[in-house]
Design a protein around this ligand. Structure first.
Ligand SMILES: Nc1ncnc2c1ncn2[C@@H]1O[C@H](COP(=O)(O)OP(=O)(O)OP(=O)(O)O)[C@@H](O)[C@H]1O
Ligand SMILES: [Mg+2]
Length: 229
């Protein structure tokens, strides 16, 4: 089954009166359960592409089809529902809600989805990321790596079939960053979800099933990797 279909996608923006091409005719089919690393130099369009897949922005041309639904055909409400149930998103900066505890942050998407047993589910998720003891702590009381683990637990809360992660290790030291990514990869394998991971780290990219390199808004290479090679 194909999970994410990106068809002739382009993104152009006007800045200072001039039109700038940010993504240029990207076509990419990502099957369910694939782990794809998106790499490429700064400014090549990686975050823009991820934001479009999440429906956070509308493309200038082309289409994104997520699990059979064309994002451009959805209303705002349908888009919000799709984001809640189909997608998890981990940002470079953790985007936790500062006035909520770790547990409450993880509970937000569960509550929005009107999930039963919110509290026990949120506790189990925090436990899974190794933060069972920190449930009552606020983001400011947690280290960067711990905050990112809370953000990962939150992204997985509704067990989304697709997880998007934009340099989730960007604000972390190498060791902590690697732990966070290993956690994402493990949760991804356990849940059988599709993972699209933007990273600058070639070692992280080497864990992926597939590495897509962007250059100046175009796909410069698209390589499938042998398992565990
Ligand atoms: N709202 C905007 N208006 C104008 N230009 C933008 C806007 N958003 C992004 N850009 C430009 O689009 C290009 C791609 O940006 P994007 O953030 O997708 O790159 P990236 O590959 O994620 O880079 P990085 O590795 O630094 O995060 C950059 O040249 C950026 O300056
Ligand atoms: Mg980026």
């Amino acid at each position: 089954m194909t999970m994410i279909e990106i068809v002739n996608l382009s993104m152009r923006l006007t800045g200072g009166g001039e039109e700038v091409s940010i993504l240029d005719d990207i076509t990419l089919t990502i099957p369910a359960k694939q782990f794809v690393a998106i790499v490429g130099p700064s400014g090549s369009g990686k975050s823009t592409l991820l934001g479009l897949i999440a429906g956070l922005d509308a493309p200038s041309a082309g289409a994104i089809i997520l699990d059979g639904l064309e994002l451009g055909s959805l209303s705002e409400d349908e888009l919000a529902r799709m984001r809640l149930h189909t997608l998890g998103y981990v940002f470079q900066s953790f985007h936790l809600i500062p006035t909520l505890t770790a547990l409450e942050n993880v509970a937000v998407p569960l509550e929005l989805a009107e999930s039963p047993d919110v509290r026990s589910k949120a506790e189990a998720l925090l436990h899974a990321v190794g933060l069972g003891e920190r449930a009552r702590h606020y983001p400011i009381q947690l280290s960067g790596g711990e905050q990112q683990r809370v953000a990962v637990a939150r992204a997985f809360a509704n067990r989304p079939p697709v997880l998007l992660a934009d340099e989730p290790t960007g604000n972390l030291d190498t060791v902590t960053g690697r732990q966070v990514v290993e956690l994402i990869i493990r949760l991804n394998r356990d849940h059988g979800s599709t993972l699209v991971l933007v990273t600058h780290d070639p070692i992280l990219a080497s864990h992926a099933d597939r590495v897509v390199t962007l250059m100046d808004g175009r796909i410069a290479s698209d390589e499938l990797r042998m398992p565990d090679s």
